[in-house]
Design a protein around this ligand. Sequence first.
Ligand SMILES: Nc1ncnc2c1ncn2[C@@H]1O[C@H](COP(=O)(O)OP(=O)(O)OP(=O)(O)O)[C@@H](O)[C@H]1O
Length: 290
Amino acid sequence: MNIIEIHNLTKSYKKNRGIDDLSLSIHKGEIFGFIGPNGAGKSTTIRTLLNFIHPTSGTAKIFGKDSVKDSKEIRKQVGYLPSEVHYYDDMKALDLLIYSAKFHQYSNDQRIVELAEKLHLDLNKKIEDLSFGNRKKVGIIQALLHEPKLLILDEPTGGLDPLMQHAFFELLKIERDKGATIFFSSHILSEVQKMCDRVAIIKEGKLLKVERVEKLLKNNVKKISLTFQAGNEQAIEEIEGMNKVKNGDDWTFLYSGDINRLLHKISTLHVKDLLIEEPSLEEVFIHYYE
Ligand SMILES: Nc1ncnc2c1ncn2[C@@H]1O[C@H](COP(=O)(O)OP(=O)(O)OP(=O)(O)O)[C@@H](O)[C@H]1O
């Protein structure tokens, strides 16, 4: 069953391109990563889905309901973390979260305390006295506290230190195990690789690829590290299907062609060392971007 269904969604700002003809489905219970460089259209997609901005054309459904017509009903069951959180600065974190829970007709102060303990957040501090990372934690708790069926998180880990990123992902796993579906955007590919079932890559407003993470990593692309005797440079440069070359005596590149052809070519060189391995998501990501 699909929790989110996006059909040919386009959002144009007056002069700027936002997103262009985007189609995507997110299945129930999956953790889905949405990755792309600055300005690719991640926030635009999320904000259009939640009806903070209106689509220029196309449709989206969440829980089978229309993202525009039924947005109020949808939002009750969604936990949303915007990329930048803005709050009433003179409120205490605890008061703000209790207020927020009431909006969702959810009253469980104990859950707020437990989430704050896991994220090491002092609930008695005023928002204005919190650092950027600690404000982000308030936003995370706000998104999680009513135990929503769907979490939509826009760059949730920005500003969190590595320990807190880990604590945050542990919280996400708990929600997923309880049946929640999680859709989050990120620049940090190692975290997407660790956490996500599937991933979508967006570039200049268009979807480049939607794939299971393990498949994306195995998808024919190999990372080749080669050390060879001087004089063979030109022969290596002629290899088709390779990109991202690191020069010097050691060459490292990604290769997406027929592995037999590559091996045949390499066998004609004077090779000192050769390593063929799976690239990281980061390396695959760069491969798709160039
Ligand atoms: N309010 C707006 N008015 C005009 N153009 C906008 C507006 N918001 C976004 N855009 C444009 O839409 C495009 C997509 O921006 P968006 O914020 O969705 O990207 P993003 O992938 O979330 O980027 P980042 O990783 O930097 O947050 C960009 O070209 C941006 O300039």
